[in-house]
Design a protein around this ligand. Structure first.
Ligand SMILES: N[C@@H](CCC(=O)N[C@@H](CS)C(=O)NCC(=O)O)C(=O)O
Length: 202
């Protein structure tokens, strides 16, 4: 498999999951400004949408959209236990959490990383990010260690990834004690340390 990634962005989530499941994979770095790869390729030939992540699998098929990629990986390596079986209520709950992280948390950061955003837009986006992390904090209120309960799953890799952006946008993660403890717990996983080292983040 080949993961198309850019250091520190949302592609860190499938990168962590690839290491969690023990898959063999290559990393290809994408320059998002130029839409080129570090192997001299045109990234738009891989993903015409031009954004990361993308995963090329052994058949040559390319899977795009982070949530779809990490579900695919969990399903390919069921022994990893990173996602419940398809069709179960537990899987529906995982899907719901993935959609929450993708559509509500991840996307709330977008105006803060967009150079063309006005100060007004950035202020509104900061408020939205805070409100979405309030919701994430609430998901841990029963004392659970991971988003889906007592066991690490693919959605934890995704929430961890987006939580690393808080510092970049000047929001203190410590205002959410549960999310902060969660992020420390995930950061200490060997797969996460390895992925962050490979991306030059630590
Ligand atoms: N809907 C996509 C969004 C992916 C996304 O937002 N990727 C960002 C990095 S976190 C990116 O590549 N941005 C560059 C661009 O949009 O050109 C997904 O969930 O995978």
């Amino acid at each position: 498999m080949e993961l198309f990634y850019t250091p520190g962005v949302c592609s860190l989530s499938p990168h962590i999951v690839l290491r969690e499941v023990g898959a063999e994979f290559d990393l290809t770095q994408v320059n998002l400004a130029e839409k080129t790869t570090d192997k001299g390729g045109d990234y738009k030939e891989v993903n015409p949408r031009g954004y990361v992540p993308a995963l090329r699998v052994s058949t040559g098929d390319v899977i795009t959209e982070g949530s779809a990629i990490i579900q695919y990986l969990a399903d390919q390596f069921p022994e990893s236990g990173l996602a419940p079986a398809a069709g179960t209520i537990e899987r529906a709950k995982l899907h719901s959490a993935l959609n929450f992280v993708a559509a509500e948390v991840h996307k709330s950061f977008a105006p803060l990383f967009d150079a063309s955003s006005t100060d007004e837009l950035k202020e509104a986006a900061q408020k939205k990010v805070v409100s979405r992390f309030d919701m994430a904090e609430d998901m841990f209120k029963d004392g659970r260690e991971y988003l889906m309960g007592s066991k690490f799953s693919i959605v934890d890799a995704y929430l961890f990834t987006v939580s690393t952006w808080l510092q970049m946008v000047g929001i203190d993660i410590n205002q959410w004690p549960n999310v902060s403890k969660f992020a420390d717990r995930i950061r200490n996983r060997p797969s996460v340390q390895a992925a962050m080292k490979a991306e030059g983040l630590i």
